[in-house]
Write a protein that binds this ligand. Sequence first.
Ligand code: ZN
Length: 288
Amino acid sequence: MVRRTAAGHTRAVPELPEVETIRRQLVDRLTDRQILDAWGFNSPKFSAAPAAAGTTVTDVTRRGKYLLLPLRRDDAPPTQELIVHLGMTGRLAVTDRSIDRIEGEPHLRAWWCLGDGSVLTFHDVRRFGRIAVVDLGDHRSLPTLAALGPEPDSEEFTAEHLRRRVNAGSRRIKTVLLSQRVVAGVGNIYADEALWRAGVDPRARHLTRAAAARLRDAIRDVLSEGVDNGGTTLRDYVDADGSPGRNQHRLDCYGRAGRPCHRCGTELRGTVVDARSTSWCPDCQRRR
Ligand SMILES: [Zn+2]
């Protein structure tokens, strides 16, 4: 039976590789830049943007899908940070256009005028993004960020950590990955890709030691390959230069329900796991 999921028609949100691609593009352009003036759209999600005015950006870092820009005042060490979450359709870019030409653009949610004459802009059609300015490291106002699990490439993200956290609960493995609490930065696309690569059924609620080791490695690999390919563009995502990613041409599983498995030729299945479209190979990804 061919059952196509809605995956090809839903919006994919930026995941770790997309956010990391943007971070790498912005770090040189923003580090040591003064923020002279700023504006935020009148909504609790964006109105904090002007609080960064009068500071200097000292770095562009990332945790999971969040961009974190430490801010200093005068020559003191950074005491605050500007936090940006792209949500579904958020786009960050640096432009040399004048603020007169930027203001009034559709879907503009915030801008920051920089000391070198350029402007950092944030556009967001669907308004699922988020901007915050907080004391450095104080993430209480952003519970998802505060509760993030380890970065996938960190020493803390071991196979044993993954196995224990999955097996301690009763949730499906895909749900655990999307929660961000066991590992940071994995969304729908890279979860399907990693589970396919590791041969783990997305509906499984238990991991063996061997499966956990394969899955840990697969998560690291699909994310780092996604970064190498400049992210995955299915509909909305573009990098800070406005260019789409290339990883969409490399997907083995996500959005491919009804098409043959790249490994064994079996028709991939599509279903919904906890409200997220999910593809998997019934032959390569058996419950275990
Ligand atoms: Zn297969």
